[in-house]
Design a protein around this ligand. Structure first.
Ligand code: C6P
Length: 415
């Protein structure tokens, strides 16, 4: 591999980084794997795999329940991972981090707990035109239940939110503004600080779907000024089945439990239950302990590289990828916002995405074709599906060179 094919950020040794990821070393259908499906799920570095194995081999037991050594160790690791996520997001304290199954559950938690107690008939919940289904359907259900209105911030052809409409859309009836920081279908980066400020100006809370932001850029929830921030471990080098919700302490304190059972209580009698302190009040039952420990290790790994360095490296790679794909005949990008991260969605004229995806897979290239759980975005662009290359900091320019060649091959095969 040539120097220009890989090295784009001084001091960032992408080949060394790649060696940390066992899955990247394989061949698929006889070709070296080119993994460009990171928005769906990233790969796992050895440090995360080892942290999970160490828990299972040495510390396997339940948390918060045992006086014995193994439970003490498991609890210490589980809580230390929470602290890591807190620092990663710059949350005010560990009690502001709730472990969940992922971004989907984090959003559902807010809708079911804060939403049910604060949204009433005739109120508005405001989302955007580029949301993932996980940040649409929970609000739709809440609005149906309460007789509230679901309103949508529109976007322009480039896939940028039309913020000038907020002056009209935000009213004293707006209770919740739920917006993604980075669109999984388009890659658009939204100006969360500005949106959160405008939401607060009318007395609404702002929940940010950070599933596609946290893997690609530094996130500081206090600087963003949001009230809730949802993220998924498996999109940021952590295990599947684990994620987190950041929630401002003052809001959490007045929120009713989301689920109930063990660990979320201080005491139970048949007459009355007293709930546990934060954050345990929102973590009923035995949690995904190995997942939390793995996510803590993932955050540690990302921080060791540095989120600013990751963002710089990926911005360069995104520009390179966009330029190399745009030289392909019939290439139509879907989502051309000025500020993007991680995602290149496109169509190739005359090629059905499903056929293209299958032929690319035969050449060892993993990417996603489909509606990306963002059907309203597809409808906006008049397509049923796109082909989506989504990158991580371990991708290289050579990956995009290979993608461009493989698309040309697919065009010949399907011609
Ligand atoms: N997007 C994609 O291929 P979960 O499944 O809970 O970890 O994440 C849901 C989710 C929420 N918000 C955004 C912006 C997302 O991109 C996703 C997951 C994957 O784009 C799978 S559909």
């Amino acid at each position: 591999m040539t120097e220009t094919a890989t090295a784009t950020l001084p001091g960032f040794d992408v080949e060394a980084v790649r060696r940390d990821f066992p899955a990247l070393q394989q061949r698929v259908h006889g070709a070296p794997l080119v993994y460009l499906d990171n928005a769906a799920s990233s790969q796992t570095p050895r440090a995360v795999i080892e942290a999970i194995v160490a828990y299972y081999e040495n510390d396997r037991s339940n948390v918060h329940r045992g006086v014995h050594e193994l439970s003490q160790r498991a609890t210490a690791k589980y809580e230390s991972a929470r602290g890591r996520v807190q620092r990663f997001l710059n949350a005010g304290g560990p009690e502001e981090i709730i472990w969940t199954r992922g971004a989907t559950e984090s959003i559902n938690l807010v809708a079911a707990s804060w939403g049910r107690t604060h949204v009433a008939e005739g109120d508005d919940v405001l989302i955007s035109a580029m949301e993932h289904h996980s940040n649409i359907v929970p609000w739709q259900i809440l609005c149906q239940e309460k007789g509230a209105n679901l309103r949508v911030i529109p976007m322009n052809e480039a896939g940028e939110l039309r913020l000038e409409t907020l002056d009209e859309l935000l009213t004293p009836r707006t209770r919740i503004v739920a917006v993604t920081q980075v669109s999984n279908a388009l890659g658009t980066v939204n100006p969360i600080r500005q949106i959160a400020q405008m939401a607060h100006d009318v007395g609404a809370v702002c929940i940010v779907d950070g599933a596609q932001a946290a893997p690609h850029m530094p996130v500081d929830v206090q600087e963003l000024g949001c009230d809730f921030f949802a993220l998924s471990g498996h999109k940021m080098c952590g295990p599947t089945g684990i994620g987190a919700l950041y929630a401002r302490r003052a809001l959490l304190e007045e929120m009713p439990p989301y689920q109930s059972g063990g660990d979320m209580i201080a005491s139970v009698s048949f007459e009355k239950t007293v709930y546990n302190d934060l954050p345990y009040r929102f973590e009923a039952g035995t949690p995904m302990i190995a997942g939390a420990i793995g996510m803590g290790a993932a955050v540690e790994y990302l921080e060791a590289i540095g989120m600013s360095r990751i963002a710089s490296y990926e911005q360069d790679l995104l520009s390179y990828g966009a330029a190399s794909l745009s030289s392909i005949g019939g290439f139509r990008p879907i989502g051309t916002a000025r500020h993007k991260a991680g995602v290149l969605s496109f169509e190739i004229e005359g090629l059905h995405p499903a056929d293209l995806g299958t032929i690319l897979d035969r050449q060892g290239i993993a990417l996603r074709i489909g509606h990306h759980c963002a059907e309203p975005v597809m409808r906006f662009y008049g397509v049923s599906a796109t082909t989506r290359a989504s990158l991580a900091f371990y991708n290289t320019r050579a990956d995009f060179d290979a993608l461009a060649v493989a698309i040309e091959t697919a065009k010949e095969i399907l011609a």
